[in-house]
Design a protein around this ligand. Sequence first.
Ligand SMILES: O=C(O)c1cccc(C(=O)CC[C@H]2O[C@@H](n3cnc4c(=O)[nH]cnc43)[C@H](O)[C@@H]2O)c1
Length: 235
Amino acid sequence: MRVLVVTAVPVERDAVTRAFGDGPPRPHFVRGAEIHRAGGFDVLAGGAGPAAAAASAAFALAAAPVPYRLVVSAGIGGGFAPAAPVGSLVVASGIVAADLGAETAEGFVPVTGLGFGRDRYLPPRSLVREVVSATGAVSGKVLTVSTVTGSAARAAALLTAHPSAVAEAMEGFGVAEAAERFGVPVLELRAVSNAVGPRDRAAWRIGEALSVLTEAFGKIAPVLEGWTRHDRHLD
Ligand SMILES: O=C(O)c1cccc(C(=O)CC[C@H]2O[C@@H](n3cnc4c(=O)[nH]cnc43)[C@H](O)[C@@H]2O)c1
């Protein structure tokens, strides 16, 4: 059984497939989803943001002729200082929907505090450990946000709410929601292209982060291919 990797945009997809050499893979279409097959991985650019990511991942999972055994949300992301500097690699120990909930006079209340839904998923601990050991990645919570953080105040508020957060991005929780519905474990990997904080486009290092992503997939391919899910608790 194969591994499904969901990125947001085609440059991230191509950074993943580049890890496997052999030139650009020929895309194939599974009921409209453009899948790039490389090594034992099917890589899909599913769109930016949690909704596009969830829809694309669910579509690919449902259309697969053979069930996937693991889904990976991968791409660039913002890193919280000092844990995850630009150019570092992050693997999520928890995938958290950081802005899914309600703003109240007492502050932000997560969706779970409103009495429904869920606001986080936990990737298999054994897999996270193996990825850390293969790559030296920083492990911690990765926040999924619909609005990219653009101020020091918002970055500080997120860290107050989630002290073990190391990065933010926009797709992980959406991919996890889809994976959960298919009973498939999920992992999130982010190569840090920018610091979470005041908006500074000139400081972005997208090319560097994409190279980090390629290198990471080169290292983790055998880990992901060899990893087996041990029990219902996924660790
Ligand atoms: O124009 C801007 O100020 C701006 C700021 C941050 C990100 C963008 C994007 O268009 C990229 C979003 C894309 O990349 C991931 N990503 C990368 N860095 C971050 C971040 O600091 N916070 C959230 N998402 C980030 C994200 O997963 C999207 O796929 C534009």
